[in-house]
Design a protein around this ligand. Sequence first.
Ligand SMILES: *Cc1c(COP(=O)(O)O)cnc(C)c1O
Length: 294
Amino acid sequence: MPSDPPRPLLPSPLTEADDARFTRHGVRLFLKRDDLIHPDLPGNKYRKLVPNLRAAAGRPLLTFGGAYSNHLRATAAAGRLFGFPTVGVVRGDELAGRPLNDSLAGCAADGMHLCFVSRADYRRRADPGFLARLLPTTPFPGAYVVPEGGSNAAAARGCAELGRELRGAADVAAVACGTGGTLAGLAAGLAPGQRAIGVPVLKGGFLGAEVRALQVAAFGGPAGSWSLADGFHFGGYARTPPELVDFAADFGQRHGLAVERLYVAKLLYALTELTAAGTFPRGTRLAAVITGRP
Ligand SMILES: *Cc1c(COP(=O)(O)O)cnc(C)c1O
């Protein structure tokens, strides 16, 4: 890697959060502060991208995302920090002629080449034929392709380290899920007797199959014990109704951190509800992975 960006904070800190909504049910809540790993590549994005940068071996990186994708943002930042070109394929060709939102403007400022495609084309993003036609239309036809959300075998193996860092420190480790790579790795890295819970932030019910497929690709088969807690997507990706926003602000105030809303707020809300419903036996040590920052 050509340049030397700030050192990552690894293993990430684990802090106990004193919160009556959990302690009254005999549950100890811990925050696994992956948001502090790196100022420009926070959280699971660092854990997922770095193994892919190694695999890319200096080639430009091409990847996919929606207009507000944290993954595109992180890939662009990695390109700037480590000094390699990046291409972001963005869902929605209607965005092409418009001013960029803050997230995409940040990508462009980091030097990412943005390429807008129709929703129909975007749906074919994993189709090799489509990729073979797309790559020559970009400035870097030889780019190393990372799938949407950055979830592939290398990413899942990178996230296994998150599970290993939590060995002995928690009974249950919970994480918000977009494409599922973080959960796939987390579960694989935990010790026997520990289990992982994923909270999907998208509607759809496809995530379980994705996580299983990622574990097969990364570890050769199912790995560790995990389950999904459905019903906390608040209407779907990027939907943040006032109730969730208020919850996030309140949680942030109580525990002195800025709560990211698209993923982390939904995770913490889910854990509060599951705990209130008596899901966790008394004495459970529950680690919530804080995967990112606002
Ligand atoms: C990308 C992201 C996730 C989702 O990770 P997946 O591996 O795609 O499931 C969770 N939290 C935050 C803050 C993210 O940016």
